[in-house]
Each structure stands twice: as structure tokens, then as C-alpha cells.
Design a protein around this ligand. Structure first.
Ligand SMILES: Nc1ncnc2c1ncn2[C@@H]1O[C@H](COP(=O)(O)OP(=O)(O)O)[C@@H](O)[C@H]1O
Ligand SMILES: Cc1ncc(COP(=O)(O)OP(=O)(O)O)c(N)n1
Length: 259
């Protein structure tokens, strides 16, 4: 069985973060493991509290995983602060982790900050260089490239700008576009679109977490980056189309729609 590790924050309501990642891994029939960077108190209506893990405890969790059940791929989500980022980067380098998918989580869709202001520099200089694929949504891509993005042409320009300091493949997610849900994969100067019409479902809590985990699962199974993104896009579309409707706000996906 392939093994996949998520390094991310916990979402007690089960729709995003560690919980979404582990459900996605189970749905892909891989063995899921977790290193928790922070506990969040959140639900479908918003984020109401964040309790960061200490850096020593993050390092302790990483040692426990990598010295025992070595992951075939790693997904990184909410990393919270510069010291946690530095700890994760040090351990990933020490253990020569492979197939790293970095979802540069900055702000939840409900508007809460999940990355401290002073952590952006550490994210760019310490974590991005270790990643094989990064998966920013439109607001995150805007932070990385420094200009606003409204169209598919601007998504391409943003990928070109980010590629100047990022060697990894860049997947700019189009979930925040108004009429389509087209994602752009930019690798070594080549563009590849993964297009779908928008699923008419307001319950999109955790779509980014789920997509990046699904990509990590596919990389662990040995698929190349482009095929991994294609499979993950099909999975997220299916999980949205299943039409689960839970909670009072933007609810979670049906991660196990295909089981
Ligand atoms: N309404 C929708 N219909 C179809 N696909 C969607 C929809 N909303 C998001 N997606 C897809 O979900 C994935 C996550 O995208 P996005 O929502 O932009 O990320 P994030 O959760 O990080 O903001 C992308 O593949 C995107 O195209
Ligand atoms: C613990 C935790 N991590 C990440 C997120 C953000 O999830 P994401 O899938 O990027 O998008 P939204 O759920 O905010 O639409 C989170 N909320 N919590």
C-alpha cells in the first residue's frame, strides 16, 4: 500500500485541513498519516480559534513518521508561522522527502488568516524550493505574483511571474473564477488547462485541501504530475457533484462519493 503524509492544520468540522486530507487518502486507497501544525476551531460558517503546535512537537511528529513509515508523497497545507515552516523544511530536507505538493494556504474562504504576515518570506524561501507542485488559488497566486488576476490570460502571466522564483510545477486553481472552474498547470514554460464547468454547489469548504491531497495520492501511486492533476481534478469534480449539503454555511464535500 502507498503511504501519504499530510502536514497541515486540523479542522474540527471535518471539511478542510487534516480531516479532508485523510478522507481523500482513504478514498484513494492509500495509507494516510498526519503531522498537525495547528488546531483550528472552525465550521462551515468560519474560523473561531487557532492554537499553534510548538516547533519541537512538529519536529517530534515528523521524526516519528519518517523514521518508521516512510511516505511516498507529502502534502503540505496550513503551516501557520515562520518557525513552523523552518522546522518542516529542515525535517523534509533531513529525510529527503519526495513528491511534495505544497498548497500555500494563506486565508480561508471565510476570510480568516491561516498564515501569519511574517511567514510569507519563509514560505517562499524555505518551502517552495522543496516542492514538486505548488497549488495556489487565485488570491494566493495574487500574493505570490504581486498583481490581481481576473482572467485566464492573467493566470498565465501570474504563473510566468511565479516561475521566476519557483522551480516547481505551478497549478493555479480557478475555483474563484466567475463562470468556469479552469485550473492552469504551468511546467517548464508549458501551459496545460484542466477545465470543467462550474458545479452548481455552494458547499466548497475544503476544495483546495482535497485537490492537493488527491494530487499527492496520485504522485504516490507513480503517476506523472500532469496525470496526477487530471485524476485529482476528476475526483474533486465528482466530490462536488455528489451534492452533500451539511451545516449552516459553505459545507464540506462528499469525499467518499465513489466508495
Ligand atoms: N463550483 C465549482 N465547480 C467545479 N469545480 C470547482 C468549483 N469550486 C472549486 N472548484 C475546483 O476545486 C479545486 C480547488 O479550487 P479553489 O476553490 O480555487 O481552491 P481553494 O479551496 O484553495 O480556494 C479546483 O480544481 C477548482 O477548479
Ligand atoms: C485547517 C485548515 N486548513 C486549510 C483551510 C483552507 O481550506 P481550503 O480548501 O484552501 O479552502 P476553504 O475551505 O477555505 O474554501 C482551512 N479552512 N482550514
Amino acid at each position: 500500500m502507498k503511504k501519504v503524509l499530510t502536514i497541515a492544520g486540523s479542522d474540527c468540522s471535518g471539511g478542510a485541513g487534516i480531516q479532508a486530507d485523510l478522507k481523500t487518502m482513504t478514498a484513494h486507497k492509500v495509507y494516510g498519516m498526519s503531522v498537525i501544525t495547528a488546531l483550528t476551531a472552525q465550521n462551515t460558517t468560519g474560523v473561531y480559534g487557532i492554537l499553534e503546535a510548538g516547533t519541537e512537537f512538529v519536529a517530534n511528529q515528523m521524526d516519528c513518521v519518517f523514521t518508521d513509515i516512510v511516505p511516498d508523497a507529502v502534502k503540505i497545507g496550513m503551516v501557520s508561522s515562520a518557525p513552523i515552516i523552518e522546522t518542516i523544511a529542515k525535517k523534509l530536507t533531513e529525510y529527503q522527502a519526495k513528491n511534495i505538493v505544497l498548497d500555500p494556504v494563506m486565508v480561508s474562504t471565510s476570510g480568516s488568516k491561516l498564515l501569519s504576515d511574517d511567514a510569507m518570506d519563509a514560505l517562499i524561501t524555505k518551502l517552495i524550493p522543496l516542492a514538486d507542485i505548488i497549488t495556489p488559488n487565485l488570491p494566493e497566486a495574487e500574493c505570490l505574483c504581486g498583481f490581481s488576476i481576473h482572467t485566464k490570460e492573467e493566470m498565465v502571466r501570474a504563473a510566468e511571474a511565479i516561475a521566476k522564483f519557483c522551480k516547481a510545477a505551478i497549478l493555479i486553481k480557478g475555483g474563484h473564477l466567475s463562470d468556469t472552474a479552469d485550473d492552469l498547470l504551468y511546467t517548464a514554460g508549458k501551459t496545460h488547462w484542466f477545465s470543467s464547468s462550474r458545479v452548481d454547489n455552494p458547499n466548497t469548504h475544503g476544495t483546495g485541501c482535497t485537490l492537493s491531497s488527491a494530487i499527492a495520492c496520485n504522485l504516490a501511486m507513480g503517476y506523472p504530475a500532469e496525470t496526477s492533476v487530471e485524476h485529482a481534478k476528476n475526483y474533486i469534480t465528482g466530490a462536488l457533484q455528489a451534492g452533500l449539503d451539511l451545516g449552516k454555511g459553505s459545507g464540506p464535500l462528499d469525499h467518499c462519493f465513489d466508495l
